[in-house]
Design a protein around this ligand. Structure first.
Ligand code: HEM
Ligand code: HEM
Length: 507
């Protein structure tokens, strides 16, 4: 435990701000004193920014390679090798480190307890970074299971399972030792994330290894496809949605200094979301060998998902009631509002895409890419940036180096997303309509696939500009974080906290 550097509150309250006073013996006996591990949160924040930059740089290279095939720089840096590197880097390295930062910071505060084990926190952090590095080496080498978002081969899969279990034990250990009886809704979203990701990862990765770098799944044909998209869809649900909702429920009320709009709504939409999401996977397999009824079931559950998803969006936006004026001066709130709005749009669009007649037009086209990136860049990206701008001054106890630069990031990033997704919607609908255009004799009007490719190239240029702007925003954030950290005090002791013993006895 760290030395107490916190002024103890007079009654009832808990302080998490370190400052020069020492607790007197008498006061300390009325309080239980402990500290939070913020060092590990700082590690995860730094990792988020670095991997975010790397993953999106690879995304930008992909965006350049599509209209300019000459940018495929040899076998290892070709589109086919780099695409899974991009998806793994942005989902598991960028979004992954971001949700770990959110979970480690907020769980300790919500439980009024330090993380269960500092050693486990470190194993989690370094283990996860080692996994990312092994993905960055093996994927360009072409070592892959070829299952989307689960491309990593079995030795890395085992490492993921082990590190995840360490994370789970550390998290549930903290819950077990918590000093706050009530479990705030953010914690429920984290529990859903940790339990379900473990089940999905282990379930989908079961394979027969034939060498160190090659394995074959234990599932065959349609079964394999169903398990894969049960996993794939729920990776979106439990890696890109539930932890970010938990993050929203913790950081948004903090930044807005308002209680959450409706606690009841948060509980209702939590349970309905986790129950419905798990069934929606077959919407990725419309018009395939999957039985008709299974695809229809997936579609029905996807349409039902609209409501609990919007429950989260509404609860987020309405939390700002009476606080909208704060947006003018708060880049954190601006980021959160745009992030939550994109969540609303992506989760309105998702159910729409799952409807078979719409899917007949959208599937295999860039409409999917637009949908993915409105969720990824808008929801996951902006929620992460908002959290980083909120956390960095607190974690390094130094005001943000430049609010102006952060505002520039917000506007450049927003324009970047709009250019990216509008271009991809235009491209997707163009592709879909051209592929299904028939003349009066029933022949395809565009039998030559390259005709559609040529048609969408201008949209790819616009996406390239949008992606560059978005990445430029990330660079501005990195500069801002770096300059802030440089000005921070050399010593950053863990913040000490005091909880009245009386209150603990009541809990
Ligand atoms: C500068 C930012 C980014 C750029 C320029 C970019 C670009 C791209 C490109 C060109 C593709 C391939 C599209 C295709 O195959 O036609 C792609 C795929 C993908 N990207 Fe990004 N991306 C960016 C950020 C992100 C972020 C932050 C995330 C997630 C958090 C993300 C998630 C994905 C996913 C999941 C796919 C695969 C989509 C699918 O298979 O349907 N991207 N990205
Ligand atoms: C109510 C919520 C949602 C539903 C019902 C939904 C539904 C869908 C559907 C129907 C597809 C197209 C499948 C295909 O034609 O192949 C799709 C693709 C996708 N969605 Fe969503 N979506 C939702 C929310 C989100 C969010 C919030 C994100 C990101 C944060 C996201 C990420 C993705 C990704 C990555 C894909 C591409 C999968 C692939 O590689 O083929 N979705 N979604």
């Amino acid at each position: 435990m760290a030395e107490i550097t916190t002024p103890l509150p007079a009654a009832g309250g808990v302080s998490s701000h370190a400052s020069g006073e020492r607790a007197s013996g008498a006061t300390a006996s009325r309080f239980e004193v402990f500290s939070y591990d913020d060092r590990i949160v700082r590690y995860f924040v730094v990792a988020t920014t670095i991997w975010g930059f790397v993953g999106m740089l690879v995304g930008l290279l992909l965006a350049i390679q599509l209209p300019f095939p000459g940018a495929n720089l040899g076998e290892y840096l070709s589109f086919g090798r780099l695409r899974p590197l991009h998806t793994n880097a942005v989902i598991f390295a960028f979004a992954g480190n971001a949700i770990f930062a959110a979970i480690y910071y907020s769980t300790q505060r919500l439980c009024k307890a330090r993380m269960f084990s500092d050693t486990m926190s470190k194993i989690h952090f370094w283990g996860w970074q080692a996994i990312i590095v092994s993905a960055a080496i093996t994927l360009p080498l072409g070592i892959t299971t070829s299952k989307e978002y689960a491309e990593l081969e079995w030795p890395i899969d085992i490492a993921i399972a082990v590190v995840w279990v360490v994370f789970a034990v550390n998290f549930f250990g903290t819950l077990w030792h918590r000093r706050e009886k009530h479990m705030y809704v953010a914690l429920w979203f984290y529990i859903a994330t940790i339990v379900t990701v473990a089940v999905l990862h282990i379930g989908n990765s079961l394979a027969f290894p034939v060498s160190l770098t090659k394995s074959y799944p234990i599932y065959k044909g349609v079964q394999d496809a169903l398990v894969q998209w049960w996993y794939g869809h729920n990776a979106v649900a439990f890696f890109l949605t539930t932890p970010f909702l938990g993050l929203m429920y913790y950081f948004l009320p903090k930044a807005a200094e308002r209680p959450v709009f409706s606690y009841r709504l948060s509980i209702v939409h939590f349970w309905s979301l986790v129950f419905i999401y798990i069934w929606a996977g077959p919407h990725h397999l419309n018009y395939t060998a999957v039985p008709e009824w299974a695809a229809t079931l997936g579609m029905v559950f996807s349409v039902m998902l609209w409501m609990p998803s919007w429950g989260g969006m509404i609860n987020g936006l309405f939390t700002l009631r009476g606080a909208w004026h704060k947006l003018r001066d708060s880049v954190v709130l601006k980021m959160f509002v745009v992030g939550i709005t994109f969540y609303g749009m992506a989760t309105f669009e998702g159910p729409l895409l799952s409807i078979k007649t719409v899917n007949a037009l959208s599937h295999y086209t860039d409409w999917n890419i637009a949908h993915v990136h409105s969720g990824a860049l808008g929801w996951n990206g902006f929620m992460t940036f908002g959290m980083i701008y909120w956390l960095v001054p607190r974690l390094w106890r130094t005001p943000l180096w430049s609010q102006k630069l952060a505002n520039a990031h917000f506007w450049i990033g927003t324009i970047g997303i709009l250019l990216y997704v509008i271009a991809m919607y235009a491209s997707g609908v163009t592709q879909g309509l051209m592929w299904r255009a028939f003349d009066q004799a029933g022949r395809l009007v565009y039998p030559d696939f390259t005709e559609t490719v040529v048609q969408v190239i201008p949209m790819y240029w616009v996406r390239m500009i949008g992606g560059s702007l978005y990445l430029l925003g990330v660079v501005l954030m990195m500069v801002n974080v770096w300059k802030t950290v440089r000005r921070a005090p050399k010593e950053l002791p863990d913040p000490a906290v005091a909880v009245p013993r009386q209150r603990l006895a009541e809990a």
